[in-house]
Write a protein that binds this ligand. Structure first.
Ligand code: THU
Length: 136
């Protein structure tokens, strides 16, 4: 694991510890690596009106955009499940796709071990901005 990936994993695990999830008690952490080497993290933020909950991945994306980043190379995602690797929900996959299909996705277990995959693999034949803008 490179130092940068190690840092991404650490930031993702730290973000999970900040989750606001009194309803599900299912904390999730995410950390995004930007093209210029910055790391922006996020956690899930739930709401008493359950449908207003925002996932960790989307919290991280929104933070990143506010901070001026729109080019991303990788995201790490973690939760408390120890015995298998857990992927981002479908809605988050689509939101990540907004910023390109060429992302590395690291699925992180609580002990820091990881499985490396890609957004293309997680969301094949995706609908994207190219379709809306009618580009080839
Ligand atoms: N959650 C995420 O933060 N990311 C995902 O990709 C899946 C689900 C959150 C939403 C909710 O707060 C909790 O996990 C249980 O669904």
């Amino acid at each position: 694991m490179t130092d940068k990936v190690q840092e991404l994993v650490s930031k993702c695990l730290q973000a999970r510890d900040m989750a606001y999830c009194p309803y599900s008690r299912f904390p999730v952490g995410a950390a995004i690596l930007t093209a210029d080497g910055a790391i922006i993290s996020g956690c899930n933020v739930e709401n008493a009106s359950y449908g207003l909950t925002v996932c960790a991945e989307r919290t991280a994306i929104q933070r990143a955009v506010v901070e001026g980043h729109k080019q991303f190379t990788a995201i790490a995602v973690t939760c408390d499940i120890k015995d298998r690797f857990v992927g981002p929900c479908g809605a988050c996959r689509q939101v990540l796709m907004e910023f390109g299909s060429d992302w590395t996705v690291y699925l992180i277990k609580p002990d820091g071990s990881y499985k490396k995959t890609s957004l293309n693999e997680l969301l094949p034949l995706a609908f994207s901005s190219a379709d809306v803008m009618k580009k080839n």
